[in-house]
Design a protein around this ligand. Sequence first.
Ligand SMILES: [Zn+2]
Length: 189
Amino acid sequence: MSVLPIVTYDDEVLRKEAEPVNKNSEEIQTLIDDMFDTMYNSDGVGLAAPQIGELRRIFVADADAMSEEGEGPQMGPIAMINPEITFQGGDEVAMDEGCLSIPGVNASVKRPEKIVVSYLDRDFNEQELEIDGWWARVIQHETDHLDGILFLDHLSMFKRKLLGSKLNEIAEGRADIAYPVVPKKAEQK
Ligand SMILES: [Zn+2]
């Protein structure tokens, strides 16, 4: 098990669509273990494979701590493979979101409060989950990553502009980040 460096804004891998995973393997299991290690090491509640440079439709999450504050459901650590959100409903609620790939940046994002998601668990069993609260938010955020979407994309142009200098710091490798990240290439910007 190992902690992997996290890809940060605005690396282009974060903007690509990830590929479905068709087969279980030792490599996939190791990848999932490493993703959990990486997520916990950086105090994250979710991490999608593109964030460690792997364009595969996998994410890991553990939103129990946040869920506790909001009195939401407790699920324990979860890995989802090929997740598909099949229903979004309830009210659109605004909550503060952050992202391990965009460290130090938080913004209020509106999302539907309730979802149904179908996915393969790490043993490749088909699962379906109906959930709300923090967990629903995290699952939507992480599933977005698999389609190259960041929480910034849900903000107004105005709000995004306000975050501009912080985003530039990250993009240029000047941000102070408390966990291992993939260094910025000199030719990038
Ligand atoms: Zn994220």
